[in-house]
Design a protein around this ligand. Structure first.
Ligand SMILES: Cc1cc2nc3c(=O)[nH]c(=O)nc-3n(C[C@H](O)[C@H](O)[C@H](O)COP(=O)(O)OP(=O)(O)OC[C@H]3O[C@@H](n4cnc5c(N)ncnc54)[C@H](O)[C@@H]3O)c2cc1C
Length: 370
């Protein structure tokens, strides 16, 4: 994410899951004299990244920074092929790849040369857009964040959205005990339903998938700018709202966006699609076509057991890819505790037995196994 972006989630609901829930964003900010409030101020992405790095140094020191190129199921587990032709074999593999591989760009952009179009996930620094005139497509958090940052860097930008209005999350306020009672703040949205989704993804998993899908993508969590973005965007940048993008053409080294008859085309140097993410197993290049075809799915996401396991034994998915099975909390950092704790317990319970099975299969003395 570009420097200066703000997390949309409340700081209190942006902590990663450690075994004692002790190393929270709040604790990190206090220790490092960074400004912090549970709800009344946003968490800048720079603070969140520093927190994440610090979390990794404390709790997860054995990270190998390597790209997974291919997974191959074998008789005893799954081979994980890494870059440089290395591979490891494991009985269980947990895929936690987030949303980036699922960046969603409308099909009309497919035939346009890459220098004219990009997805918002492609940016870190915005330097490559300096000196260009840009259109940002979208109406949600990424679109409004991106638009504000481009405008503040002096890059001429127009926000283009299908909706007639841009919605923003309400400005956070201290809530009375009564307000909290009728609509408790669950970390991913207010109200009892979102509260249940946030605290009991295991219960959401037990619901019929049609209900789960409705809960996973509710209007309240739909495209919405962050509360603190309104004043940085509204009245500051030109907007073309209520417009359906129909065509993209390259005209005289620029890109032209055409809409319905009533709207004049817009010509810019570059279009950034801040059009979100859609989990689609078919887009994961490390899964073979056979594996994708073999995997049971809910829409294009994997259908997962209560142990986050797909229909390929030993292959688990957590994070946003688990949303269709465990509901909306999987899309947020606030959703990290359940899979982390559940899988830690589950693996602790089954893995010694699995080792026994493997050793039995190989004729090794079971009594020797610890
Ligand atoms: C613009 C934006 C804003 C967001 N704002 C918020 C917010 O305010 N609050 C909130 O709670 N959530 C927010 N989210 C959602 C948030 O990203 C996810 O909830 C969270 O990051 C998921 O964590 P994760 O560990 O599952 O995935 P990530 O944090 O995305 O980590 C995935 C990791 O997998 C690695 N990876 C991917 N493919 C491979 C491969 N083939 N081999 C090896 N490694 C691979 C990636 O490099 C990355 O390190 C936002 C998302 C976006 C895109």
């Amino acid at each position: 994410m570009p420097e200066g972006m703000l997390l949309k989630s409340y700081p209190w609901a942006s902590s990663l899951s450690d075994p004692d829930s002790s190393f929270t964003v709040k604790k990190f900010c206090m220790e490092n004299a960074l400004p912090y409030d549970d709800t009344l101020m946003p968490l800048p992405v720079d603070s969140f990244i520093s927190y994440g790095k610090s979390f990794q140094q404390r709790f997860v020191t054995n990270v190998e920074n390597k790209q997974v190129m291919k997974l191959r199921p074998t008789a005893s587990g799954i081979e994980v092929h890494l870059e440089n032709d290395e591979f490891v074999e494991a009985s269980h593999v947990v895929i936690a790849i987030g949303v980036t591989p699922f960046a969603n760009v409308p099909a009309i952009a497919n035939s346009v040369p890459a220098e004219f179009v990009s997805h918002s996930s492609a940016y870190g620094p915005l330097d490559q857009l300096l000196g260009k005139e840009v259109a940002v497509i979208g109406a949600g958090s990424s679109a409004t964040n991106m638009t504000a940052l481009l405008h503040e860097r002096g890059i001429p930008v127009t926000l283009v959205g299908r909706r007639p209005e841009i919605g923003f999350a309400g400005t956070p306020q201290l809530r009375s005990r009564f307000q909290r009672m009728i609509a408790p703040s669950g970390g991913i949205g207010d109200g009892w339903t979102m509260g249940l989704c946030a605290t009991a993804p295991w219960a959401i998993h037990m619901l019929p998938s049609s209900v789960r899908l409705r809960l996973a993508y509710p209007r309240a969590l739909g495209p919405l700018g962050g509360a603190f973005m309104r004043d940085r965007v509204m009245g500051k940048v030109p907007m073309l709202l209520g417009q359906n993008l129909r065509r993209l053409d390259i005209v005289k080294d620029r890109i032209e966006l055409s809409f319905g008859m009533a709207q004049r085309p817009l010509r810019v140097d570059h279009v950034v699609f801040a059009t979100g993410y859609k989990t689609d197993l078919g887009r994961l290049s490390f899964l073979s076509e056979d594996m994708v075809a073999q995997m049971r799915r809910i829409e294009s996401a994997p259908a997962l057991s209560r142990h986050y396991e797909s229909s390929i034994p030993g292959l688990h998915f957590i994070g946003p890819a688990a949303t269709n099975s465990f509901g909306p909390v999987s899309r947020f950092v606030h959703g990290t505790p359940h899979p982390a704790r559940h899988l830690a317990k589950y693996f602790a319970a089954i893995l010694p037995q699995r080792r026994i099975q493997v050793r039995k299969a190989h004729g090794i003395q079971v009594a020797a196994v610890r």
